[in-house]
Ligand binder design. Structure first.
Ligand code: ADP
Length: 327
């Protein structure tokens, strides 16, 4: 499979940042150097590749970062990379330095860019799923998801205390423009009454009836978790529900960017380390243009072009769990 030996690799983080990206960078750098490769850091995702913001990394360049959120390489969304001219510029910068392999840590958009780039130019690309949304099919986990969910859980628990004290209903919005996974996991873990996600139609009538029924039997109801991409959004939902249930005090809490930052959990550091190590192995073994996933605790290698075609789905069984456990 391998056409030529990969000796110099570039590593970059692209798209939305996610806690654990630093642990992945560290693993790529140290595994590469251990195997006799030169490793180059590329700043601000594909923008740095186009601008030539590329520097050689040593083992000590990644000291003391495993516990830090964000990304030491910075990240960006890069319009120019959507054009052939932009990608050609990026390629010529890599060529000048002799870089002949790339590791891209990012979400499905970054993988799409990597897939197009690897089809056009002779630089093999390996993707590492770095996204808090867990919206990439073919892997059980993505780097950053566990940290984001734990942050959301901690915040929702705190809101619940005050909701409980005042008998208020809180509609809490968590991140997830296209994906309901943060809402689903944090909602189940905090015992939310209902969880509303972009993947499912929201039936307001249903929500109100269920609340009325529970209140009728004196069940305390105080948390609804909503993903930001859900069809109404927390603010609109609260307006509609207040009109329909004027006796119920309803508040909205939007968690926002606190879910992106912070020290990665042990779990995220671990999967990022394993995935970073596996990415370098892929380049050494000629397993090119794949992304590294973990399925049933084993490494999986999924062709980049498959990754960009599929979306992670949320099965009906999840929704059944939500309904039964909140009854
Ligand atoms: P994420 O990787 O978090 O999903 P984006 O969707 O914003 O984030 O993608 C990150 C970057 O990847 C984009 O800003 C762009 O530079 C590159 N990219 C995404 N889609 C494409 C594409 N179809 N062609 C070329 N580059 C792309």
């Amino acid at each position: 499979m391998a056409e030529k030996k990969v000796t110099k690799i570039g590593v970059l983080t692209s798209g939305g940042d996610a806690p654990g990206m630093n642990a992945a960078i560290r693993a790529v750098v140290r595994t590469g150097i251990y195997n006799g490769m030169e490793v180059y850091g590329i700043l601000r995702g594909y923008s740095g590749m186009i601008d030539g913001d590329i520097f050689k990394m040593e083992s000590k360049s990644v000291a003391n970062i495993i516990q830090r959120g964000g990304t030491i390489l910075k990240t960006a969304r890069c319009k120019e990379f959507f054009t052939y001219e932009g990608r050609e510029k990026a390629y010529s910068n890599l060529k000048k330095l002799g870089i002949n392999g790339l590791v891209i840590i990012g979400g499905d958009g970054s993988f799409r860019g990597a897939q197009i780039f690897s089809n056009e130019f002779d630089i093999p690309c390996i993707g590492l799923p770095g996204t808090i949304d867990k919206d990439i099919a073919g892997t059980d986990f993505t780097i950053g998801f566990d940290t984001a969910v734990n942050t959301a859980v901690e915040a929702i628990d705190k809101v619940r205390d005050t909701a409980d004290a005042h008998d208020r209903l809180f509609i809490i919005e968590v991140m997830g423009r296209d994906s309901g996974y943060i809402a689903l996991h944090s909602g189940i873990a905090t015992g939310a009454e209902n969880i509303l996600i972009p993947e499912r139609r929201t039936d307001i009538e249903d929500i109100i009836n269920a609340l009325a029924e529970k209140q009728g039997r004196k069940k305390l109801v105080n948390i609804i978790v909503v993903a930001e991409g859900e069809e109404f959004g927390a603010t609109e939902l609260s307006k509609i529900m207040t009109e329909r249930m004027p006796e119920q005090e309803i508040r909205v809490c939007i968690l926002g960017h606190i879910q992106r930052g912070g020290a990665p959990t042990c779990f995220d550091r671990l999967i990022a380390s394993r995935m970073g190590y596996a990415a370098v192995e892929c380049l050494m073994e000629g397993r090119f243009n794949v992304f590294v996933g973990i399925v049933n605790n084993r490494m999986h290698y999924i062709p980049l072009d498959e990754a960009v075609k599929k979306k992670q789905k949320i099965g009906e069984d999840w929704m059944k769990i939500v309904k039964i456990l909140s009854s």
